[in-house]
Write a protein that binds this ligand. Structure first.
Ligand code: MG
Length: 386
């Protein structure tokens, strides 16, 4: 029996994690749940799983939550940053699911690692911003990070039983998003609804927009570098519209190993939760005869500028991946709120990166958080202006 804390239990990954836990009550016990906005769903989850602790961000939401719960429930309800820290480092828990959206997931995930918890990581921003620090042997020596991101889970699975020195290349697959075939001259009229309509994966809003701009793949390159300790010149992006091959690795003898499956997060989540064991998940099985053919193409860096910006940020290193990520979050939010257009997303990011005076990391998370706040201010100043 594994005791589980879910940071971000009402988002897309959180809900899928809950679905897995529901399938295997003899394997997993929910100890901690946290959520930011969807208090009604959190209340339903608390009633179903009776965790020991539940945390929300705002005090008013904690009050609302208490009102939604039946009297006599023993779950402790707290709120705020301290609450998240307690949730992440909760002593009764064996593994922490880091599935909060965006940079907000960094501090709680680091709290979990520092508390010696194994982490099932869906929050790629943790590695984008602080990968260089948290993958240092002394920082995370007692714990394991299991990737939940489907591409990284595929790489993790493909590497099993092989020596890292024999790895020559990681091939990250990407669906190409909803605008793979749309001519760039039509990009200026893309609406949020069109961008949210992903062809193969069902995901949260932020990551769906990131998939449409290919920034998601850019963030995943950075994530892969730190997670697997491989230099960016050995990480290649391959467009694969069917999203059946979730990623591949190439070895020194020319052999390529891939992990395949239907585009469904349940496999990656359950593997991260139950590693090294596999669980008998009930879901639609991949039918290759029905799919017929798998196709591949190289990504178009001139059309999807975010991908190029991510490689540049990674090459520059230091605080630049944090700047890239913060500017992207501001630009995506502005796009979703119709305050800026689709083509402006990479422009806002590029201008923010150009304006930021990069520094190397000093090993302190505070430095990263300051860079995050400052680049958000710079990025915000470009909204509606460019
Ligand atoms: Mg992914």
């Amino acid at each position: 029996m594994k005791n589980i804390s879910i940071l971000g239990s009402t988002g897309s990954i959180g809900v899928n994690t809950i679905n897995i836990i529901r399938m295997f009550p003899e394997e997993f016990k929910v100890k901690v749940l946290t959520a930011k906005n969807n208090i009604k769903l959190l209340a339903d989850q608390i009633i179903e799983f009776a965790p020991e602790l539940a945390v929300v961000y705002e005090e008013k939401n904690a009050d609302m939550l208490v009102k939604l719960l039946p009297a006599g429930l023993k779950t402790e309800i707290i709120f705020g940053k301290k609450g998240y820290k307690k949730a992440a480092s909760y002593s009764g828990s064996d593994i922490v699911i880091s599935s909060m959206v965006g940079a907000a997931g960094l501090v709680p995930t680091i709290a979990a690692i520092k508390a010696g918890k194994n982490v099932a990581l869906a929050n790629k921003e943790t590695l984008v911003m602080a990968g260089e620090i948290i993958t240092k042997p002394n920082f995370a020596k007692r714990i394991k990070i299991f990737p939940i991101d489907s591409e990284h889970s595929a790489i993790f699975q493909s590497l099993a039983g092989h020596k890292k020195e024999e790895l020559t290349k990681i091939i990250l697959t990407a669906s190409g998003g909803p605008f793979r075939k749309l001519p760039r001259k039509k990009f200026n009229s893309i609406t949020p609804d069109e961008a949210l309509n992903h062809p193969t994966w069902s995901m949260g809003k932020k990551i769906s927009i990131d998939s449409a701009t290919l920034m998601n793949k850019g963030l995943e390159i950075i994530e892969a570098k730190w997670l697997f300790g491989i230099n960016e010149d050995k990480i290649e992006v391959l467009i694969h519209p069917q999203s059946i091959i979730h990623s591949m690795v190439e070895f020194i003898d020319g052999s390529v190993i891939a992990q395949l499956g239907n585009p469904d997060m349940k496999t990656a989540i359950s593997y991260a939760l139950s590693y090294p064991k596999r669980l008998p998940i009930k879901q639609t099985r991949m039918d290759l005869a029905k799919i017929g053919s798998l196709s591949f193409e190289t990504p178009n860096f001139d059309k999807f500028l975010c991908l190029r910006l991510a490689y540049e940020a990674l090459k520059e290193g230091g605080l630049m991946p944090t700047v890239l990520n913060a500017a992207n979050e501001i630009a995506v939010e502005a796009f979703l709120n119709k305050k800026t257009d689709f083509l402006s997303i990479p422009k806002i990011i590029e201008k923010t990166m150009l304006k930021y005076n990069n520094k190397s990391l000093n090993g302190n998370i505070e430095q990263i958080l300051e860079a995050d706040v400052f680049s958000r201010e710079i990025a915000s100043s470009f909204i509606g202006v460019i």
